[in-house]
Design a protein around this ligand. Structure first.
Ligand code: C5P
Length: 319
């Protein structure tokens, strides 16, 4: 609870985490499995406006477009959707919702508010059926990690969760963003099911995020954090928030920075408890959330009661 209050105020530190999570973080720092080498400069004291300008100037949503090796030689130019993700949604999206999968969204009654947005982003296998009152039932986009495509238990090819929505997949690539290396040794081989899905469903927009975009986001989190963050990609939640800040006039994020309902229940749709889901072990989640808290233009009341953060779209930011 003390940590929650510090998160709301924006001055939490990893030193406040449970020793088990601190230990896990330390192990990831030592392993540096993706070969991260931070070359940027720390700029931890930026104001909200300065931060927004830095984001606007630096964050470039990129997806694989088939023009770079090895994908160019594999015929991916004709395989990827003809319309880029950045031009797929109408320009005039006023407000968008990002709905995290946190257990704390249970009993929130946020469903109606979430559905009132022009577009709704959800993550991985998070369902709406049976949870409409709390999470709504509209889904415009879904961000999926490579495990969703490769682990048979998700039934990626058949499940209704992944139909009639824009799909955006990602996989942790090396920090160097060397596409040849990544193609040979992805974390989970999402490339084969991606090709198969594109061939079977050519009309469904389905993109793979470019590793440069993912690691650009990591650089920005580290740049704006005093502590050394985990050398692992940001969570799907953070990736989705920045994606929507590029596409929408305003972004309303639900249960990312936790509300008073904060719980160790990892996902609202699964009976599994682990504080790491909310505070991070692999992902630099605590630092992501501190950064997002600093960008919040919504009220403290909405933050505490709804777990809602309101972020300006990046197009409208004047620098
Ligand atoms: O676990 P999963 O990645 O599918 O959840 C989607 C996103 O929701 C996470 O990447 C994370 O950003 C956010 N989340 C959270 N707290 C939780 C569970 C998920 O902030 N307890």
């Amino acid at each position: 609870r003390a940590l929650l209050r510090r998160l709301w105020k924006g001055d939490a530190s990893a030193r406040m985490l449970h020793p088990r999570l601190q230990k896990a973080m330390g192990a990831y720092l030592r392993a540096n499995k993706h070969g991260v080498r931070f070359r940027g400069r720390r700029a931890a004291g930026r104001s909200r406006t300065e931060l927004l300008c830095a984001l606007r100037g630096r964050v470039q949503v990129r997806t694989l477009d088939g023009t770079e090796p090895p994908f160019s030689a594999l015929g991916w130019r004709a395989l990827v959707p003809p319309v880029p993700l950045s031009r797929l949604l109408p320009r005039g999206l006023r407000t968008c919702a990002v709905v995290t999968s946190a257990g704390a969204i249970l009993n929130s009654s946020l469903g109606e508010e979430i559905d009132s947005h022009d577009a709704v982003l959800r993550f991985n296998s998070a369902p709406t059926r049976g949870y409409e009152k709390d999470v709504g039932n509209k889904t415009t986009l879904r961000i999926i990690n490579s495990q969703i495509l490769t682990n048979p238990s998700y039934h990626f090819m058949d499940s209704a969760l992944y139909k009639d929505v824009i799909l955006v997949a990602w996989d942790p690539a090396p920090y160097s963003a060397n596409l040849n290396l990544w193609y040979k040794r992805p974390d989970y081989n999402l490339f084969t099911p991606y090709v198969q899905h594109r061939q079977r469903n050519p009309n469904q927009p389905f993109y793979i995020l470019h590793p440069k975009f993912i690691w650009q986001l990591w650089d920005i989190i580290q740049e704006n954090t005093k502590e050394k963050i985990q050398p692992n990609p940001p969570s799907s939640g953070f990736i989705g928030i920045l994606l929507m800040m590029n596409l929408c006039g305003e972004v309303h994020v639900y249960e990312y920075v936790p509300s008073v309902r904060q719980t160790d229940l990892c996902h609202y749709h699964e009976p599994y408890h682990d504080a790491a889901c909310t505070l991070g072990a692999y992902h630099p989640l605590l630092y992501e959330k501190l950064l997002v808290q600093r960008l919040n233009v919504g009220s403290q009341g909405d933050l505490h009661r709804k777990g809602k953060v309101v972020l300006p779209g990046l197009q409208a930011v004047r620098c």
